[in-house]
Design a protein around this ligand. Sequence first.
Ligand code: 5GP
Length: 211
Amino acid sequence: MDKRGILVVVSGFSGAGKGTIMKRLLEDYSDSYALSISATTRLPRPGESHGREYFFVSKEEFEEMIEEDALIEYARYVNNYYGTPKDYVFRELEAGRDVILEIEIQGALKVKEAYPDTLLLFVSPPSAGELKDRLMNRGTEDIAAIESRLNRAWQEAQGVENYDYFVINDDLEECVQEINNIIKNEHARVARNHAVIENIRAELKSFAKGD
Ligand code: 5GP
């Protein structure tokens, strides 16, 4: 199979558990995947640190990155900027690792437009009620912020058809397995293996001539 990694975008309603899923996927399959770290202008939540969950930057710093064309994509989400720095993503893809971008829908569609072979996955909790409970129980945002996120979730739900796969996060283990399987299977697509197929054809042709 072709050695280059696949660019994978994972989106899903805020509170769908994407962060936990990604952490687990990387722990279980550390050789296969690299998780892109985004830049954001939002403030760190308790327990988050610069360079681990995000690069926390000022609005001015973020706008400088836009100017310098240093981002694959960026979007505004609930009054903050979020964007994906280019360098790391391209380096890891070349090294043969599948790079996962955990980004919201506007960004996902921009990435797909710029790089059409991107694999788009959408993660959802089993129900809207469950989503609301998870956001309330997280306890990191006030009611107004939770309402903005639920409102945003409703908007995002309109765009799910643009994605390649819809994965329900009910049981964490199963969800991680399913995502790993989807990505692994994606490597076997004919469209991603042109170089290997061409090599085999060329070799077969030389054998056939020898007959
Ligand atoms: P949170 O504030 O909960 O960490 O993230 C809010 C939303 O921004 C989530 O849906 C998350 O996936 C998305 N997000 C995180 N990083 C990026 C990025 O680099 N680009 C875009 N477009 N969205 C991002």
